[in-house]
Design a protein around this ligand. Structure first.
Ligand SMILES: Cc1cc2nc3c(=O)[nH]c(=O)nc-3n(C[C@H](O)[C@H](O)[C@H](O)COP(=O)(O)O)c2cc1C
Length: 218
């Protein structure tokens, strides 16, 4: 089982994004010990902006013709069944390096097999002050187009903490990884032998219009 660990920070190592992604990877390995983890740090590759020509969609060309590392990154993800994606919030949204990569993947729009598609996904978004959830939401149209299913997410904000790695943030990321691992395991063998939590029931309420529902009881 191959899992892509996609780091979308634009910072050199060490980066907080990679630390949180490592926590998520350790979580997935707790559940799927034999997983092969393919780490990809987008910023370590030369991925130029789409030139907007739509040449790639011409059936006679059929591929992106920009000469850089894009095809290699696509190759790295070949055969993956799942992805852990971690990103910082930049300017309230996804970092440019990820946006550029998303746009380049458009070249496979008409392909039978779409790279970075049909995956189970766990997502981690972190920021210094806020806006993690809108940035997380911004990923969903992309996931949807690629038929990816996000099974767990963690959104964490640094706020007053000098070092987020000394908070509960890594635990949340481990949990995202574990949840992704459990989802993969469930796909492999549907039998679920975990102890289920009891479902919490609300007390029976009289239906609207029922005499017992009015305060006077009549
Ligand atoms: C260009 C840039 C834009 C940023 N924009 C935001 C922002 O809009 N909101 C926020 O809370 N943090 C913002 N940050 C802070 C990053 O989310 C934060 O520094 C993050 O922890 C960096 O992670 P890293 O160590 O992986 O680079 C921004 C940082 C950079 C470099």
């Amino acid at each position: 089982m191959k899992i892509v660990a996609l780091s979308c920070t634009q910072r050199r190592l060490p980066s907080l994004t990679d630390a949180l992604l490592d926590a998520a990877v350790s979580g997935v390995l707790q559940e799927v010990g034999d997983a092969q983890i393919q780490r990809i740090r987008l910023i370590d590759h030369r991925i130029a902006m789409c030139e907007g020509e739509d040449t790639c969609l011409d059936p006679e060309v059929g591929r992106c013709t920009v000469d850089d590392d894009f095809a290699h990154v696509v190759e790295l993800a070949e055969g993956a069944q799942a992805m852990l994606l971690a990103m910082p919030v930049y300017a309230g949204n996804v970092p440019a390096v990820l946006k550029i990569f998303q746009e380049r993947l458009k070249s496979f729009m008409n392909a039978r097999h779409r790279p970075f598609g049909n995956l189970l996904v766990g997502t981690i978004v972190h920021s210094r002050t806020m806006l993690t959830e809108p940035a997380l939401g911004a990923l969903f149209p992309w996931y949807l187009r690629l038929k990816n299913k996000n099974v767990a997410s963690a959104c964490v904000t640094q706020n007053g903490h000098q070092d987020l790695t000394r908070t509960a943030a890594p635990d949340l990321c481990v949990a995202v990884g574990r949840q992704l691992g459990m989802s993969l395991a469930a796909v492999r063998s549907p039998a679920d032998d975990r102890t289920a939590l009891p479902v919490v029931q609300s007390p029976v309420r009289p239906r609207c219009g029922d005499p017992a529902a009015s305060p006077s009881g009549g």
